[in-house]
Design a protein around this ligand. Structure first.
Ligand code: PMP
Length: 443
């Protein structure tokens, strides 16, 4: 049985969980690491692998929650971080490093005329929402059911069903009031909100599809959204926390050929360090700039601070990562590997006669088991899709761990360190894990 074997394979994690539960809620530091009977505790990473506290070697698809397109501990990135540390971590002032960092983003992301660094993807979205509201002098933001934009209050509306109730306790009703979450890929729904409200500052969307592409993207919808927002004088924000420097060098905007007014970034932009960025058109980002006009600067300007924005090791990791990606081989390789992996898993489902769906684009994937979820994905039924990370998904994750693969709740991110041998190992592990889950009668 999966649970019994799991406890035998990961005894030190079980022990550590006993300690962790005494000092960390649920023994974890990120909700997505929640696992029953206990999460596994990791000691170190390298390339495409991680080693847990029992010394088990696991092939990894968390990849720094998507920040490690180059794999763990890329030597050039690590050297750059180490070299930066010799000058200090925080030099408490403006640096040439942050100028080079911003120029790098400007060069790669098509719509980045001005850039501001943050400390995470969540902060990037928080700031971009503020910028859109300040730039337009309006408060409403339209977003889409099931799409993920970080854990802050204003993004807690619309990410989990029921979509009109915030995804967390402790979110005041007022935080939700000016965020309007509507069904995705329905341009008439957007038009309807704009027809009935004159207080909409902008629209935000994951261009690669909701919840990292689990809700399939729709390029025609993106194009229609661009056209409609332009016509109505409403800003369009792409949340490219996952897709920037992954889907293509110029992110999802370049990949789909649809240009937003403002973009949020995180993960790869900071090369595995805690960082993020907001970039956009000069006239939009300009609302952050000091003008010297006291009244405007106090009452209209979008203010932003943050103790650790773009400190030396973050800038070093970000610049070096983007430089390596800019050489041109990383993204096409990871995208091809993504296609191989998704196809291999689809073949397994077919061969075993197991209903399910493998979704994803470029170097991301999610695999779901069961008829209901397969139908939900086919029909883009957001409620069904969002309910699919239940007990079967958790059992499958443990079965994958027993087969030597650690993926996020239902899938993960591919790096350049996932070579042919790793992809083959994964497809085989997927096959064997399904056999285990079938043996327990869960599918
Ligand atoms: N937006 C999107 C699209 C994301 O995928 C994430 C993180 N998975 C975030 C925002 C939040 O980023 P962070 O975890 O760095 O706060």
């Amino acid at each position: 049985m999966i649970d019994e074997e799991f406890e035998l394979r990961f005894p030190s994690s079980a022990k550590l969980y006993g300690r962790a539960a005494g000092c960390l809620p649920s023994g974890i530091t990120h909700d997505s690491r929640n696992l029953k009977p206990f999460p596994i505790y990791i000691d170190r990473t390298d390339g495409a692998h991680k080693w847990d506290v029992d010394g088990n070697k696991l092939l990894d698809y968390w990849m720094g929650h998507g920040s490690m397109l180059l794999g763990y501990n890329h030597p050039e990135v690590m050297d750059a971080i180490h070299a930066s540390l010799a000058r200090g971590t925080h030099v408490c002032g403006c640096t040439e490093d942050e100028v080079e960092y911003a120029e790098m983003v400007q060069r790669l992301l098509p719509t980045a005329e001005l850039v501001r660094f943050t400390m995470s993807g969540t902060e990037s979205v928080l700031l971009a929402m503020r910028i859109m509201r300040a730039a337009k002098g309006k408060s409403g933001i339209i977003r889409f059911n099931g799409y993920y934009h970080g854990w802050h209050d204003a993004a807690a509306v619309g990410s989990q069903p029921p979509f009109d109730i915030p995804s967390s306790g402790g979110v005041p009703a007022e935080a939700a009031q000016s965020v309007i979450s509507i069904p995705p890929n329905d341009i008439e729904a957007v038009r309807n909100v704009l027809d009935h409200s004159s207080d909409i500052a902008g629209v935000m969307i994951e261009p690669g599809g909701g919840a990292n592409g689990v809700i399939r993207p729709d390029v025609d919808f993106l194009k229609a959204l661009r056209k409609l927002t332009q016509e109505r004088g409403v800003l369009l924000m792409f949340d490219e926390v996952i897709t920037a420097f992954r889907y293509s060098l110029g992110g999802a905007q370049e990949y789909y050929g649809v240009m937003p007014d403002i973009t949020t970034m995180g993960k790869i932009v900071a090369g595995g360090m805690p960082g993020g960025a907001v970039a956009g058109r000069k006239d939009v980002m300009g609302i952050m700039a000091f003008s010297g006009d006291k009244k405007r600067d106090r009452f209209e300007r979008a203010a932003h601070a943050g103790t650790f924005n773009s400190i030396l090791p973050i800038a070093a990791a970000g610049i070096t990562t983007m430089k390596i990606i800019e050489r041109g081989e990383a993204i096409p390789y990871a995208n091809r590997a993504g296609e191989t992996l998704r196809q291999g898993m689809r073949d397994v489902l077919k061969r075993r006669g197991v209903p399910g769906a493998v979704v994803g684009e470029c170097s991301t994937y999610n695999a779901f088991l069961g008829e209901e979820i397969a139908r939900g994905i086919e029909e883009r039924d957001v409620e069904t899709i969002m309910g699919a990370r239940g007990p079967t998904a958790m059992l499958m994750r443990k079965a994958m761990l027993l087969e030597g693969v650690d993926w996020m709740r239902t899938g993960g991110m591919i790096s350049i360190m996932h070579g042919d041998a790793e992809l083959e190992f994964t497809i085989n592990a997927f096959d064997q894990a399904i056999k285990r889950v079938q043996a327990e009668g869960a599918i």
